[in-house]
Design a protein around this ligand. Structure first.
Ligand code: CA
Length: 232
């Protein structure tokens, strides 16, 4: 019940078959496209819940496919890229992709990404009216008062830490690039800002994850950015 409809975009037949076989075995509904043009058309006609998008396509560049889809839809897009295409991955995230898988990936990794996306979708549907309070496990952000609580104890955050936390919270489940974060928080993305971001993120994490046994809220994607995880 309630299984996601997934659009698989991959020109490499063995990889596409691996993905579709996995989806079938786990009761996901899916359709496939083998190039960028077909991907954009299928995204528009099928309105899938999630798109798994290979970045290296024979016709249109995967990043361009994301830009076109983002002109009308916020549907989650998970990009699939080769390890040598790190810059493309960052461009894809900046263009509006939600997450990424790096080839070669395991079936377990693919399923884990889909579960993260499913949680994000559920949350997006529940949040049609901008919620005034954000709750994630033991963490609570009261946007109106600007207060953050961990286990009902107020956390003392600097203004920048608070801004970072709100940005991550509003994009829970989504990988945010260094560039996106620094532009949102500082309005620029110089190399110095990325250095400062690392420092602020480290202190924010320390505060968030200080209580022993506290779950990991912020995931680091080395060379790429950060993601707030939804705690079960
Ligand atoms: Ca390819």
């Amino acid at each position: 019940m309630n299984k996601l409809q997934i659009l698989v975009v991959e020109d490499d037949t063995p990889v596409r078959n691996l993905i579709t076989t996995t989806l079938k075995a786990h009761d996901y509904r899916f359709s496939a496209a083998v190039n960028g043009k077909e991907a954009v058309m299928s995204a528009a006609s099928l309105n899938p819940d999630v798109i798994l998008l290979d970045l290296g396509l024979p016709d249109i560049d995967g990043v361009e496919v994301i830009r076109r889809i983002r002109s009308w839809s916020n549907m989650p897009i998970i990009v699939i890229s080769a390890r040598s295409e790190d810059n493309d991955k960052i461009d894809a995230l900046d263009a509006g992709a939600d997450d990424y898988l790096t080839k070669p990936f395991s079936v377990d990794e693919l399923l884990a990404r889909l579960r993260v996306t499913q949680r994000r979708l559920t949350q997006m549907q529940g949040n049609t009216n901008q919620a005034a309070v954000y709750v994630n496990g033991r963490l609570r952000i009261d946007y109106a008062s600007g207060c953050v609580y961990l286990d009902d104890e107020e956390m003392h955050l600097t203004p920048i830490e608070y801004k970072l936390l709100c940005l991550l919270a509003q994009n829970t489940g989504k990988v945010l690039t260094h560039k996106f974060i620094t532009q949102s928080v500082w309005g620029s993305s110089w190399e110095n800002d990325v250095g400062s971001l690392r420092v602020f993120m480290a202190t924010l994490r320390k505060k968030l994850e200080k209580p022993s046994g506290s779950p990991q809220y912020i995931q680091t994607h080395i060379g790429i950015g950060y993601r707030m995880l939804k705690i079960e």
